[in-house]
Design a protein around this ligand. Sequence first.
Ligand code: PLP
Length: 330
Amino acid sequence: MVTEPVTLADIETAREAIRGRVLRTPMVRSNALSELAGVPVLLKLEHHQTTGSFKLRGASNAVARLDQAQKRRGVVAASTGNHGRALAYAASLEGMRATICLSRLVPSNKVEEIRRLGAEIRIVGKSQDDAQEEVERLVEQEGLIMIPPFDHAAIIAGQGTLGLEIVEDVPDVTSVLVPLSGGGLIAGVAAAVKGRAPNARIVGISMDRGAAMYASLAAGRPVLVEESESLADSLGGGIGLDNRFTFAMARALVDEVILLDEEQIAAGIVHAYREEREIVEGAAAVGIAAILAGKARLDGPTVIVLSGRNIDMNQHLKLICSESASSWPE
Ligand SMILES: *Cc1c(COP(=O)(O)O)cnc(C)c1O
């Protein structure tokens, strides 16, 4: 029996801490996907969360745990967009200052949303790692409190509250399909789901362009991967060579990782819109995409986490208007 750095009890405590600050999002059945997969498939509509992604759960929990002196100093983070947006919102509710460092790969719609929430923006470099260097400088030189996007116990516990809701709504769940990047979401969800339903399988899904956790699990230690642009931009970034929590938790709790290409992710976005009437970003479409591609082995009630909706609307329009999803990319 492994002792996890974030336990079911931590996640239950987080739920109390963030109550009233985040939405309890709906769970709905997908008839189209249930028919295709031959098992009940349910969608956790977390893209309806305030700020448009599950990241508000972790950010709200991390902010709630700061003491008064820390709150006066303000928070700082590097982010591919959704964590920055969530942290900016959570900080603004507390009347705190937030500084968000972004790489140039982050889409402009996401940058604008963060600015609108009152955060200071710094755009530096071409990767998550470049943005992270700026964060470390601000911590050292200006005394800001760093709230990282995934490798942080309070963040993982906050994301885990989503897992509690899954088991409450679908007690007989056998598989949970979870978008996977740095692993904060899957670590928290896996700890919560397996804490309540030990036999449920946790399946991580990443894009095949720069799947840092997949490569790290294969290597048996955190490794660097090259980043490139993807429809699933929220899945970009490494897991950190000095990863403290999410790598160990993913190794202990994740049963399988599936990789998808850009065409498959595009098909997931299109299906979400045409069949489910939901607007999701690429990162959130991977669970649907895995089923459409026939890559997920399912043997009972399955929950797909739709993790966010912050897609550039021009890009979304182009995708859903294309004759068939397979004509993407041109
Ligand atoms: C951050 C994010 C993910 C991946 O979460 P990790 O904790 O980094 O694995 C998935 N989908 C969306 C929409 C995100 O914003």
